[in-house]
Write a protein that binds this ligand. Structure first.
Ligand SMILES: Cc1cc2nc3c(=O)[nH]c(=O)nc-3n(C[C@H](O)[C@H](O)[C@H](O)COP(=O)(O)OP(=O)(O)OC[C@H]3O[C@@H](n4cnc5c(N)ncnc54)[C@H](O)[C@@H]3O)c2cc1C
Length: 324
């Protein structure tokens, strides 16, 4: 069986991996090489379904819980299983209680326990929530490694569209490019930045709650930190705005004042593709299958959704959203 995957973001690559693993001959077409047009390149890479449950439906938790195992099977050694730490500035302690009321799977930590977990934050926060079962991966390393693995397995990558007649199935994973073409798909802009600081060291993603702009900081090693992300209901693709930059930097500074001296090494903005219910969907029309709407859960849910796509391609599954 020959399968053409359109789009080489996290959706396309996990689909290519899954259908390839089940025996299909795979070609991947993306006119924008190097992941530069992919929202996936800008992601935090958090596999954090318990934290996401704060604003997401129970199905996201149910389908996302085994994401670290699924990624470990795809890319052994790429998953960091250090949990997530959730904190709030002293004036926003109410936010911590509110977050705890909307989530499960956490332990309350006091100041001393926070210091044991993250020595750089010693003495800065009186209380926190720790979600020990959560994990993360570095999206850029994961995408690059997945591309290499697929190439080594014989998948063909191209920047010009091959003849679709040559394929038994075409799987559209073009994300935000389908906005305006796929009914109710919309874009939710996410802005982020990378900071470099040798004065702070963190071992896991840290979320800092705020009534308006909750922010997270994901350590990438070697003094590099990803700070994200805004959630703006727009498909505007332009550079990060001054307002967003200030808010992200303020949050980093609130987590640790040493971030004031960090170097801003990169800023970026990506469009998360989302359906009205913020659930991803697999849809089928003849030999065309599409996976889209991964919203803020691309890394969390793509492996599970890729398995659904493969079930359809191999005729063992039905199209649909996240819920069975
Ligand atoms: C700042 C930010 C932080 C995020 N953090 C997280 C996180 O921590 N955890 C998490 O799970 N998710 C996170 N997300 C969400 C996640 O990044 C998205 O859900 C995911 O990237 C969507 O993947 P995708 O493959 O559908 O789209 P994309 O990654 O956008 O890939 C689509 C690809 O299709 C290609 N394409 C476009 N048109 C065509 C065409 N006509 N033919 C062929 N190819 C085409 C594009 O070039 C692109 O490479 C974050 C998103 C943002 C923006």
């Amino acid at each position: 069986m020959r399968v053409l995957v359109k789009g080489a973001g996290v959706a396309g690559l996990t689909v290519a991996h899954e259908v390839g693993a089940r025996g299909a001959e795979v070609a991947v077409f993306d006119p924008n090489p190097g992941f530069l047009a992919a929202a996936s390149w800008l992601a935090g890479g958090m596999l954090a379904p318990w934290c996401e449950r704060e604003s997401a439906d129970e199905a996201v938790l149910r389908q996302g819980q085994d994401a670290p195992d699924r990624w470990e099977a795809i890319l052994p050694g790429e998953v960091r299983r250090n949990g997530t730490l959730v904190l709030a500035p002293a004036r926003d302690q109410g936010e911590l209680k509110r977050f705890a009321g909307r989530t499960t799977g956490y332990d309350w930590l006091d100041e001393q326990q926070i210091a044991i977990l993250e020595p750089s934050l010693a003495g800065r926060f009186r209380q926190g929530l720790f979600f020990p079962r959560e994990a993360d991966l570095n999206p850029r390393r994961a995408l690059t490694a997945l591309h290499s693995k697929l190439t080594a397995r014989g998948a063909i990558f191209g920047e010009t569209s091959p003849n679709e007649q040559d394929f038994d199935h075409i799987v559209d994973c073009t994300g935000a490019a389908r906005i305006g073409e796929t009914g109710s798909l919309r874009g939710v802009r996410g802005e982020m930045l990378y900071l470099r600081s040798d004065e702070i060291s963190l071992d896991r993603p840290v979320r800092l709650l705020h009534p308006r702009i909750p922010v997270y900081i994901v350590p990438r090693g070697d003094g590099l930190f990803m700070v994200g992300a805004t959630m703006i209901e727009t498909e505007f693709q332009g550079p990060v705005t001054a307002r967003s930059l200030m808010e992200l930097l303020n949050a980093a500074y609130a987590l640790h004042p040493a971030f004031a001296d960090a170097a801003v090494v990169e800023t970026g903005a990506g469009i998360r593709p989302a359906f009205p219910d913020n659930f991803p969907r697999v849809e089928r029309r003849g030999k065309l299958v599409s996976l889209n709407g991964l919203y803020r859960h691309g890394f969390l849910l793509a492996p599970a959704m890729a398995a659904k796509v493969a079930d359809i391609v191999f005729n063992t599954g039905i199209a649909g959203g996240l819920t069975p």
